[in-house]
Write a protein that binds this ligand. Structure first.
Ligand SMILES: [Zn+2]
Length: 332
């Protein structure tokens, strides 16, 4: 199989194209914009401006909160809430979408973090029947189901922010997740943010959201605008290990045990398995290619990690699959 000579992305990766030298469009895009994406001082300043604007707008709205943060119980969202509160002195409302895939580990982390950081928190769940319908339909159509959580999480974030006059939603997507399919600056941080749900989903769904909005049951809250979606890690460079150490020291955060990189979601292994079945490569393929472009890891290190993921998720124990199917099964 053909692979990008620089980052190692395979030829069946989403919308990939190679130039004469065998370099992919994602590497070329990154190199073109490297000076901005990696200018840490510029990014920090840009983030501070956003924070100042959000505080001002929250005052005008007479809101109790300056920002809303999606809180999964994983390290990234925990870290962001801590920093927004203590470093940026923001009034944070934390928001957890209970999708029925939460692990005991994730729940314990949420409880501990809320006790230590002291922010208000809303735990929210959706009508169970509708949620199962969404998971089942998405699973059948796309051999994927993470899109359902992503959409619901952000749908209710926008709704909640709107209802409470909160001008900013901060998310914990990593630089790898933000840039993994980026080859235009439209609605791409740090170049542009989005101020509504449809635009926010653009980089995640690559235009699919425009098709989805035509489905009668799908709602994109198109009347709600003016709430800025900001990815914390587009403006702050920190390694995963630094994040873990920081949280251990500050709030007694517990590391997950086992191999999964997403210990806050019990369906993560299933998502990996489905990705292997559908594409033949692991979920983190695009994210690790971004780290190669950034010079944080080598192409060989990325390949070794992806090989480990491939081996781990080539097949799953039947009970792991059964637990997932049971979760999304439609009930009579
Ligand atoms: Zn490449």
């Amino acid at each position: 199989m053909r692979k990008c000579v620089k980052c190692g992305l395979p030829e069946n990766y989403a919308d990939i194209r190679f130039d004469k030298e065998g370099i992919c469009n994602y590497c070329n895009f990154y190199d073109q914009h490297r000076a901005v994406i990696q200018d840490e001082d510029f990014l920090k300043e840009k983030f501070r401006e956003k924070i100042a604007y959000a505080k001002k707008k929250a005052r005008e709205n007479q809101s109790k909160y300056d920002c809303l943060v999606g809180f999964s119980g994983g390290k990234d969202s925990t870290y962001i809430i801590y920093q927004l509160k203590h470093k940026y002195h923001m009034r944070v409302l934390a928001f957890t979408f209970d999708n029925g895939f939460m692990t005991d580990y994730g729940k314990a982390n949420i409880k501990n973090a809320l006790e230590k950081i002291n922010v208000d928190h809303i735990m929210f769940s959706v009508n169970e029947k509708r949620l199962r319908q969404q998971y089942s339909a998405c699973f059948k159509m796309m051999k994927n189901f993470c899109a359902v959580c992503f959409h619901n999480m952000h749908y209710y974030s926008y709704l909640l922010a709107h209802q409470n006059g909160i001008p900013m939603i901060v998310n914990g997507r990593t630089m790898g997740q933000i840039l993994q399919t980026a080859d235009e600056t439209y609605r791409l941080e740090p170049f542009e943010t989005s101020d509504n749900l449809l635009d926010f989903e653009h980089q995640m769904f690559l235009g699919l959201e425009q098709k989805a909005r035509k489905i009668p049951e799908m709602d994109y809250l198109e009347e709600i605008r003016g709430i800025e979606a900001v990815s914390y890690f587009a403006y702050h460079k920190i390694s995963e290990e630094e994040t873990r150490k920081f949280l251990e020291e500050k709030i007694g955060w517990q590391r997950p045990k086992g191999i999964s990189g997403h210990a806050d979601c019990f369906a993560h292994a299933m998502a990996e398995y489905m990705c292997m079945q559908k594409h033949g490569y692991p979920v983190r393929t695009g994210e690790l290619a971004v780290l190669v472009r950034r010079g944080e890891i080598t192409k060989e290190e990325a390949e070794a990690e992806l090989l480990r993921d491939s081996e781990n998720f080539q097949e799953l124990p039947q009970e792991v699959k059964d637990r997932f199917y049971h979760r999304i099964q439609l009930k009579k």
